[in-house]
Design a protein around this ligand. Structure first.
Ligand SMILES: Nc1ncnc2c1ncn2[C@@H]1O[C@H](COP(=O)(O)OP(=O)(O)OP(=O)(O)O)[C@@H](O)[C@H]1O
Ligand SMILES: O=P(O)(O)OC[C@H]1O[C@H](OP(=O)(O)OP(=O)(O)O)[C@H](O)[C@@H]1O
Ligand SMILES: O=C(O)c1cccnc1
Ligand SMILES: [Mg+2]
Length: 494
């Protein structure tokens, strides 16, 4: 296997769980494959005990769906699967059916860079049951990770309060795509650059960096190492000063900074990668200022995350650029977002949508049934509440109540007439045809910033964030309650 050439063999369609194929086969056998269904992709809880989540990964979904086709190699592989008695797992006729299958679903989704909340559909797929089911795991795979990392990056950037955050994660990322997708999502979440050159090449993310301890160690002395680096990159001099002794290190940096100044060049700054970053950054700042380098920046790195950055800010550390790797790209404290993909409605023989419910002992896990959508209400530029409602359901523009799906005693009265409304789900595919112009990565990044700015800071704080109101429109709430009771009765649940 040559990973550079052979890994995906031009088709990602088998990037699914085996049970999707067995269900697909059984839907086909039982004549249900072409029934029309609606599935929703949503998560139940914000990651990192936070108060918001930043959507990312849709561009990958668009690409995946646009190329959804079982290749000859895919079908050969499935055709060779055998049961214990030597018979084929999948009939030849079924494989012929898969061969002819063209992606024909409608997909509506929140755009990348949108702030999203638990229970809201992030992606809604409507189409033949078999196709909807085949999309389950790839969509989750593509959305869960990038949304997680974009959210982590947003939290880190919010802690840095507008100062630059450089993403340094490649060396500790989870493999190749874990690194590339993380660099992309980190940029959406607000990082200003990546150290990952391939992500720079593939996505157009600005690349940046300093140098390593090994550079210093490769020379007889730190001073000579700084001089050599300044010789090679007189315009890009950020010296790593903690290899031997941070205070001596900054003194050496100042010496080389003065030499550069004589040549009409300016030292950009220094980097600290160990020790007490509050203490050393302040000592180093004082020395740089005294030596006439008030504009030289202090970059800090070393296992940083949003909590340490926020603590360093509270300690009034003199750091103005933050290099963050491991804890960002691995989402260290919560390595997965738990988005799920559930059937919400199925069309009956009369052509009506039948809402579907899944019961659970945990009320948090009972899905929102029906063919529904989500609206956001804004007062001026501030988001005030989100409402999930049945598609096509009329609701009053006067006073209405929205009800929290996980606690029906939490209700909020809103007056839609006073607000601007935004439909969060945008049309992406209609009957398998792409209807959406993909924004550039920079446009997504700008959108993410604007979205985050439209939420009150109480929803964005790291500790015990204030809950943003998301509720079901009353008719949908009643439908859900009725279905829960009916399903409990019919299925003999306690
Ligand atoms: N003033 C500070 N307040 C809070 N956390 C800090 C402060 N200074 C450094 N840290 C963090 O404390 C941790 C220190 O880790 P550790 O003790 O392993 O590093 P170190 O010994 O300083 O450096 P290294 O092991 O890389 O030489 C890092 O996560 C760092 O970001
Ligand atoms: O700490 P992170 O957020 O992951 O940022 C990237 C780290 O990678 C580099 O060193 P590396 O960790 O390889 O070695 P060192 O820390 O032992 O110097 C760099 O100096 C940072 O410390
Ligand atoms: O450029 C840097 O300083 C850098 C890059 C990757 C990891 N740590 C630091
Ligand atoms: Mg390290």
């Amino acid at each position: 296997m040559k990973i550079t050439k052979d890994l995906y063999q031009g088709s990602l369609t088998l990037l699914l769980d085996y049970y999707q194929l067995t269900m697909a086969y059984a839907y086909w056998k039982s004549g249900k494959a072409e029934e029309e269904a609606v599935f929703n992709l949503f998560f139940r809880k914000h990651p990192f005990n936070g108060g918001f989540t930043l959507a990312a990964g849709l561009e990958y979904v668009v690409d995946f769906c646009s190329n959804f086709k079982f290749s000859k190699e895919d079908l050969n592989y499935l055709g060779a699967m055998k049961n214990q008695d030597g018979s084929r797992v999948f009939d030849k006729a079924f494989l012929d059916y898969l061969k002819e299958m063209d992606f024909s679903c409608d997909i509506d989704a929140v755009e990348e860079g949108t702030v999203v909340f638990p229970n809201e559909p992030m992606i809604r797929v409507k189409g033949p049951l078999i196709q909807c089911q085949l999309l389950e795991t790839p969509l989750l795979n593509l959305i869960n990770f990038q949304t997680l990392i974009a959210t982590k990056a947003a939290r880190i950037n919010l802690s840095a309060k507008g100062e630059s955050v450089l993403e340094f994660g490649l060396r500790r990322a989870q493999g190749i795509d874990g690194a590339l997708a993380a660099s992309r999502a980190a940029y959406i979440g607000g990082c200003s650059s990546t150290s990952n050159v391939m992500a720079g090449k593939l996505f157009g993310i600005p690349v940046s960096g300093t140098h390593a301890h090994s550079w210093i160690m490769a020379f007889p002395s730190e001073l000579e190492a700084f001089e050599a680096y300044a010789g090679a990159f007189p315009d890009k001099t950020t010296f790593l000063i903690d290899t031997y002794d941070t205070i001596n290190g900054v003194k050496n940096a100042i010496k080389v900074g003065l030499q550069l100044r004589e040549k009409g060049k300016e030292m950009l700054g220094v980097r600290l990668d160990s020790g007490d970053l509050a203490y050393y950054s302040n000592e180093v700042r004082t020395l740089l200022d005294k030596a006439g380098f008030p504009d030289a920046k202090i970059v800090a790195s070393n296992d940083l995350d949003e909590h340490i950055i926020s603590s360093l800010k509270n300690q009034e550390a003199s750091i103005s650029v933050w290099g963050v790797g491991t804890k960002l790209v691995t989402a260290y404290d919560q390595p997965a977002l738990g988005a799920v993909y559930k059937l919400a409605a199925l069309k009956n023989s009369k052509g009506e949508w039948e809402p579907k419910i899944k019961l659970s002992q945990q009320s948090l896990k009972i899905n929102i049934p029906g063919y529904h959508t989500v609206k956001r209400f804004y007062s001026k530029d501030k988001a005030v509440a989100d409402m999930i409602h049945l598609e096509g359901q009329e609701y009053t523009k006067g006073s209405l109540v929205i009800i929290d799906p996980s606690d029906q005693t939490r209700r909020k009265r809103i007056m839609p007439a006073f607000y601007q409304e935004e439909e969060l789900l945008k049309p992406i595919f209609k009957k398998g045809k792409k209807k959406y112009k993909l924004p550039s990565l920079d446009e997504i990044k700008v959108k993410a910033k604007k979205q985050l700015d439209s939420f009150d800071k109480t929803h964005k704080r790291l500790v015990n964030p204030h809950l943003y109101p998301v509720g079901l429109e009353e008719n949908l709430h009643h439908l859900r309650m009725e279905l829960i009771l009916k399903s409990k009765e019919e299925n003999g649940a306690d």
